[in-house]
Design a protein around this ligand. Structure first.
Ligand SMILES: NC(=O)C1=CN([C@@H]2O[C@H](COP(=O)(O)OP(=O)(O)OC[C@H]3O[C@@H](n4cnc5c(N)ncnc54)[C@H](O)[C@@H]3O)[C@@H](O)[C@H]2O)C=CC1
Ligand SMILES: O=C(O)[C@@H]1CCC=N1
Length: 289
C-alpha cells in the first residue's frame, strides 16, 4: 500500500523534501503540502503538480506529517492537527524538521501517545544529498522509526542521535551548508580581486568545492591527510594556510558553530538574540532565514 505523506510548510526545507521525495520516485498523488501563503502555494502546486491545501486537509489520511515551518508557527499547527482530530492521530507519525524545539513540545501538543520524530535535515536534500539527524520520541515504534529513516534515506544520509546532541548537529550539518556557501562567496570575491572574471571565479570555485567534497567523502582519507597532500613544503598552499590560521579561521568556525548551537538551544530562531547578528544588532550582512 502506498504511504501518504503530508508536508506542512512549503518553504525552503519543505520544498527540498518534496523535490527530493519526487526525484527519488515518490508519486505526486501520495504527497500533499500545506502552505498558508497563497503565492507560495501556487508556486509549489505549479512546479511539482501536488495538491497544496490547508493543514487539516493535508493531514487527513496521511501516515506521516512532516513539519517544515518556523518554530513560532509550531503551536498553532499542533492545535490544528489536534483539533482535526481523528483516531488516526495516534497512528500518524509527526516528523518535525524544526530547529530547536524539543520532542516533548510536540508530544504535549498532540493527542496523548502520539508518535513524534525530530529531524535536523539540511538543504542538499534538494539534490538527494541531505544529512539528516534523527531523534526518536517516546511513543515511536521500531517499525515507525524504520519507516521514517527509510523515507529520509531516499533524500540523503541519516544518523540516529540522542536528542541532547541536536543543538550540536544543527550547528554542524543543519546550518553547515551556509558555511560552505559563505566560503564559496569569499573565494569568488577573492578570485575577482586577483583579476579573474566573476564567471571564471565562480566556475573554478564551484568545481573545487564539489571535487573536494567528493574526495573527502570517497577517498576514506581524513581532512588532515587530504590537506597535507595539497600542501607542498614551502609552496603556495602553505602560504595560504598560514594566512588562514593567522586570521583566525579555525577559531571563527568554532565560534560560529557555538553561536548556532546557542540559538538552537534557546528553542529556535530568535532574531534578537544578543550579539548573534539578527536584525536588532544593526548588521545587514546576515540574512534572517
Ligand atoms: N532552511 C534550512 O536550511 C533548514 C531549515 N530547517 C528548519 O525548517 C523549518 C522551516 O525552515 P525554512 O523552510 O527555511 O522556512 P521558510 O520560511 O522558507 O518556510 C516555512 C513555510 O511554512 C509556511 N507556513 C507557516 N505556517 C504555516 C501554516 N500554519 N500552514 C501552512 N504553511 C505554513 C510559511 O508560509 C513558509 O512558506 C524551520 O523550523 C527551520 O528551523 C531545518 C534544517 C535546515
Ligand atoms: O537557520 C536556521 O534556523 C535553520 C535551521 C538549520 C538551518 N537553517
Amino acid at each position: 500500500m502506498s504511504e501518504r505523506i503530508a508536508i506542512v510548510g512549503g518553504g525552503k526545507i519543505g520544498e527540498a523534501l518534496l523535490a527530493g521525495l519526487i526525484q527519488s520516485g515518490k508519486q505526486t498523488k501520495d504527497l500533499v503540502v500545506a502552505e498558508k501563503m497563497p503565492k507560495r502555494a501556487k508556486e509549489i502546486a505549479d512546479e511539482y503538480g501536488v495538491l497544496v491545501t490547508d493543514v487539516t486537509t493535508a493531514a487527513e489520511g496521511a501516515q506521516y506529517v512532516f513539519l517544515a515551518i518556523k518554530p513560532d508557527d509550531v503551536d498553532s499547527v499542533l492545535r490544528e492537527l489536534s483539533s482535526a482530530d481523528d483516531d488516526a492521530e495516534s497512528e500518524r507519525v509527526t516528523v518535525s524538521l524544526v530547529a530547536g524545539l524539543p520532542l516533548s513540545r510536540y508530544e504535549n501538543g498532540l493527542q496523548a501517545g502520539s508518535p513524534v520524530v525530530r529531524v535536523m535535515p539540511n538543504t542538499p536534500m534538494l539534490v538527494n544529498e541531505a544529512m539528516s539527524a534523527v531523534s526518536v520520541g517516546r511513543y515511536v515504534g521500531d517499525d515507525q522509526l524504520a519507516a521514517v529513516v527509510r523515507l529520509l534515506e531516499t533524500v540523503g544520509k541519516v544518523a540516529v542521535v540522542p536528542e541532547k546532541q541536536m543543538d550540536a548537529v544543527t550547528a554542524v550539518s543543519g546550518s553547515g551548508p551556509a558555511y560552505v556557501f559563505l566560503m564559496a562567496e569569499a573565494m569568488i570575491d577573492a578570485g575577482v580581486a586577483l583579476g579573474l572574471s566573476r564567471v571564471q571565479a565562480s566556475e573554478l570555485t564551484v568545481q573545487t568545492i564539489r571535487g573536494a567534497g567528493l574526495l573527502l567523502s570517497e577517498s576514506g582519507l581524513s581532512p588532515v591527510d587530504l590537506r597535507a597532500a595539497v600542501t607542498s613544503p614551502g609552496g603556495t598552499t602553505a602560504a595560504a594556510i598560514r594566512q588562514f590560521e593567522a586570521n583566525g579561521f579555525r577559531h571563527g568556525v568554532y565560534e560560529a558553530t557555538r553561536a548556532c548551537a546557542a540559538v538552537s538551544k534557546k528553542a529556535g530562531y530568535r532574531p534578537d538574540v544578543e550579539g548573534l547578528g539578527g536584525p536588532s544588532s544593526g548588521r545587514t550582512d546576515v540574512d534572517a532565514p
